[in-house]
Write a protein that binds this ligand. Structure first.
Ligand code: PRX
Length: 649
C-alpha cells in the first residue's frame, strides 16, 4: 500500500435505486427488529449472547466476550458435531439432513439419524487408526457426502480438520499438511471435473513420498471401483473402516469455546499460504446466528449453496451454519457455472429449495446462458437469495431478482472473508432496504471504518481502506492472539485493536458499504482468491524469466481472468517455451485452478522511476482500457509492446 492506492469506481457498477424487502418475506422473517443495531451498540458485547444461545453448550460460558484474552464465550464447552447432529435427533431424526447431487446424475440422501450414524462410525474409525484430540486431519475430496461426514467426525473427536480444495497440486497439499503437522489424510480416489475423471490417488502417493512424517491415508471411493487399500501399511479404505465400525457410537468430545474447530489456508500477501484457525464456540455461534438472521434459515428449510466445500463458504454456509440450525442441505458436486445449464434450476424445483446462496461469477454465467433456463422451472419455493465472493453489479442483481427471485425474494449481498469466518457486512433481509451494488451496512455488533493512508477516516462516498474496528464472534484464533494481519504501514498504535481487511470500500451517507475490491497483494479473480507474491515467485523460477507481475483483468465467460506478465533475460527468445513453463510451474506449485488465463511475455515490465512495477497499467492493458498519462514511467516505450502481446494472446 506504500505508494497509495487509487480507488477507482466504475459508474455502471455503483449502487443506484433502493429496493424495499417484499412484504411476503417480511411477514415471516426471522429478524425484523428495526432497532437491532442500536441495541447491539448499547449492549456490546453482551448482545452477542443471542448468537451463543443458538447453540447447545455442555458447560455454559462465563461471559460473552473477554476483552483481556480477546476470547468469545470463554469458559464455555461444546461440541460442534453434537450441535449439528445430536441435538436435532429428538425433533427431526427422519428429516433429510443432506441431499447430494453427484456429477454423474447420482442422488444420495441422509436423514439426520443416518448422518449421525455415519459420522459416529467414521469418528470411531478415525480413533481406530490413531487420530487423537488435537491431531490435524487433512481432507481432500470433492463435494461428496463423505466430506461433510469426515468434517463432522473430526469435530466429534476434537481433531481439527483442514480441508484442501481438490484443485490444489500435490506440492501445495503437501506444504499445507507439513505446515499443520498433519499426518492424516482422507482423500477420495478422484473426482469429476467438467465431466472428466481426475485421479487423486497419485497425488496422495506423491504427498506420502514428499512428507518426512508417516502419513496415514484413508481413501474414499468416488469412482465406484473397489480399491482395497486395507492391506497396505498406513492405508485404509473408507468403506472397509465403516463396515468394521458399524453401529459404533462415539461420545462427542467437550471442547472449549476457544479450541480450534478447523484450519483453512487461504492466499495472503506473502509468498506462502495464510493459515486461518477457526474456533469451536465463537465461529459456530457466528455462523449459526448469521444463517438465522441473514440467510433467514429456519429448521426444516431446504437450503442450497453452490460453494465448494474446499473454501470457507462451504465450511460456514454449507456445513456448520445450516446444520447447526437443522436445515436440509443440498450438496451439489461441481461448479454452479458448469453445465448442464438446467441443473441448478431443476434441483431448486425438484427439492423445493427455500434459500439459494451463490456467487456473482455463477450469476454472470447464468445471464450469459439466458433466462430461458430458469424460466423453464418452477422456482416459486424460493424465499431468499444470497451472493458472496465478489461485488455484484446492479445489472446482475436485477437479473437475479427478476429471473430467479420472481421479484418476491430479497437478495442479501454478503461481504466477508476466510478470516472473518462468517458474514460481517450485509443487509438484514427483514430489516433493511437493499441497494443493488452496495453490500449494505455492517451487521449488528460490527463497526467498520474506511480510512486513508494514515489511518484517518475519510468522508462519506470517498474510497479508502476498509477496517473492522470491533472484534466479532467468528474471528479466528490468530486475531485473538494478537497477530495483527494489518498492512505494514498501519498507522494505529498496537494497543488499538483493528483488523485491516485488504479491501477498498466507500460508505455512503446511509452507512451502506460498497466494496471496491482488494487493495493489497491479494487478487480476487471471479471470486477465487490468489496471492500475487505466491504466483509471481513461482513464475520467476522458470529459466529465462527475470520478473513477473500478476493481475486480474477482463477475461472470458467468468468475467475476470488471471494475467501473468513476465519479462525475460536478455537474449531469451523462446516465448512459447516460457509461456508453457510458467503455466506448468504454477500448476505444479499451486494447482490447476490457478492456471493463468494469459501469460504475456515482454522484454521489460513498466516501472516507476524508483523501479517499482506499475501493476495498475498492466491491469488497464488487460482490460483494454486507455492508459492516461504515463510520462512518469522510466520505460513508457514498453507499453505498446505489451499491449500488442496481450492483443495477440
Ligand atoms: O474482496 C472481498 C471479496 O472476497 C474477499 C475474501 O475472499 P475469501 O477469503 O476467499 O472469501 C470469500 C467468501 C467469503 C474479500 O476480501 N468479497 C467477499 N464477499 C464480497 C466480496 N466483495 C464484494 N462483495 C461481497 N459480497
Amino acid at each position: 500500500m506504500g505508494d497509495g492506492h487509487e480507488f477507482e469506481t466504475d459508474p455502471d457498477e455503483l449502487p443506484t435505486a433502493e429496493v424495499a424487502p417484499p412484504q411476503r418475506f417480511l411477514d415471516q422473517a426471522n429478524v425484523t427488529e428495526t432497532g437491532i443495531r442500536e441495541r447491539f451498540r448499547a449492549q456490546w458485547p453482551d448482545a452477542w449472547d443471542e448468537a451463543g444461545e443458538r447453540l447447545a453448550w455442555t458447560s455454559k460460558y462465563d461471559s460473552v466476550y473477554d476483552e483481556a484474552t480477546r476470547s468469545w464465550f470463554p469458559g464455555g464447552q461444546l461440541n460442534a458435531a453434537a450441535n449439528c447432529l445430536d441435538r436435532h435427533l429428538a425433533d427431526r431424526k427422519h428429516q433429510r439432513a443432506l441431499v447430494w447431487d453427484g456429477q454423474r446424475g447420482e442422488t444420495r440422501t441422509y436423514t439426520y439419524l443416518e448422518l449421525f450414524r455415519e459420522v459416529n462410525e467414521f469418528a470411531a474409525a478415525l480413533r481406530e487408526i490413531g487420530v487423537g484430540q488435537g491431531d490435524v486431519v487433512t481432507l481432500h475430496m470433492p463435494a461428496i457426502p463423505e466430506l461433510p461426514i469426515a468434517m463432522l467426525a473430526c469435530a466429534r473427536i476434537g481433531a481439527p480438520h483442514a480441508v484442501v480444495y481438490t484443485g490444489f497440486s500435490a506440492d501445495a497439499l503437501a506444504r499445507r499438511m507439513d505446515r499443520s503437522d498433519s499426518s492424516y489424510l482422507v482423500v477420495s480416489d478422484g473426482y469429476y471435473r467438467r465431466g472428466d475423471a481426475v485421479s487423486l490417488t497419485n497425488k496422495a502417493e506423491t504427498v506420502r513420498a514428499t512428507l518426512s512424517a508417516d502419513v496415514t491415508t484413508v481413501v474414499v471411493d468416488r469412482f465406484g471401483e473397489s480399491h482395497e487399500y486395507a492391506t497396505d501399511v498406513g492405508k485404509y479404505n473408507y468403506r472397509t473402516l465403516l463396515d468394521r465400525n458399524e453401529g459404533e457410537r462415539v461420545e462427542p468430545v467437550d471442547r472449549a469455546s476457544t479450541d480450534e474447530l478447523f484450519v483453512i489456508y487461504t492466499s495472503g500477501t506473502t509468498g506462502t499460504p495464510k493459515r486461518v484457525t477457526h474456533t469451536t464456540g465463537g465461529y459456530l455461534a457466528h455462523t449459526a446466528w448469521t444463517s438465522h438472521a441473514v440467510l433467514d434459515l429456519e429448521p426444516g428449510d431446504t437450503y442450497f449453496c453452490t460453494a465448494d466445500l474446499g473454501w470457507i463458504t462451504g465450511h460456514s454456509y454449507v456445513v456448520y451454519g445450516p446444520l447447526a440450525l437443522g436445515a436440509t442441505v443440498l450438496l451439489r458436486e461441481g461448479e454452479a457455472d458448469q453445465p448442464p445449464r438446467t441443473n441448478v434450476w431443476e434441483l431448486i424445483e425438484h427439492h423445493a429449495v427455500d434459500i439459494f446462496y451463490t456467487s456473482p461469477t455463477a450469476i454472470r454465467a447464468f445471464m450469459k446462458w439466458g433466462p430461458e433456463y430458469p424460466e423453464q422451472y418452477d422456482l416459486s419455493s424460493l424465499r431468499l437469495l444470497g451472493t458472496v465472493g465478489e461485488p455484484i453489479n446492479p445489472q446482475s442483481w436485477q437479473w437475479l431478482s427478476e429471473h430467479v427471485g420472481n421479484e418476491t425474494c430479497p437478495i442479501v449481498d454478503t461481504w466477508w472473508q476466510t478470516e472473518t469466518g462468517g458474514h460481517l457486512i450485509t443487509t438484514l433481509p427483514g430489516v433493511d432496504r437493499m441497494k443493488p451494488g452496495a453490500v449494505g451496512p455492517p451487521l449488528p455488533g460490527i463497526d467498520v471504518t474506511v480510512v486513508d493512508e494514515d489511518g484517518q477516516s475519510v468522508d462519506a462516498n470517498t474510497g479508502g481502506y476498509l477496517v473492522v474496528d470491533t472484534p466479532w464472534p467468528g474471528m479466528p484464533r490468530e486475531l485473538s492472539e494478537g497477530v495483527r494481519w494489518a498492512a505494514p504501514d498501519d498507522a494505529r498504535p498496537d494497543s488499538e485493536w483493528a483488523y485491516r481487511t485488504g479491501d477498498g470500500a466507500f460508505v455512503d451517507e446511509d452507512g451502506y458499504v460498497t466494496i471496491l475490491g482488494r487493495v493489497d497483494d491479494v487478487l480476487n479473480v471471479s471470486g477465487r482468491r490468489f496471492g500475487t507474491r505466491e504466483l509471481e515467485s513461482t513464475a520467476v523460477t522458470v529459466d529465462g524469466v527475470t520478473e513477473a507481475a500478476v493481475v486480474s483483468g477482463a477475461y472470458g465467460d467468468r468475467g475476470h481472468g488471471l494475467y501473468v506478465y513476465v519479462s525475460l533475460e536478455d537474449g531469451t527468445q523462446e516465448s512459447e517455451r516460457i509461456r508453457a513453463e510458467v503455466t506448468a510451474a504454477i500448476e505444479q506449485t499451486i494447482g490447476t485452478f490457478a492456471r493463468p488465463d494469459a501469460v504475456i511475455v515482454s522484454p521489460e515490465l513498466p516501472k516507476t522511476s524508483s523501479g517499482k512495477i506499475v501493476r495498475r497499467l498492466l491491469t488497464d492493458i488487460a482490460n483494454g482500457e486507455s492508459l492516461g498519462d504515463t510520462s512518469a514511467l522510466r520505460n513508457p516505450e514498453v507499453l505498446g509492446e505489451i499491449r500488442s502481446a496481450v492483443q495477440q494472446d
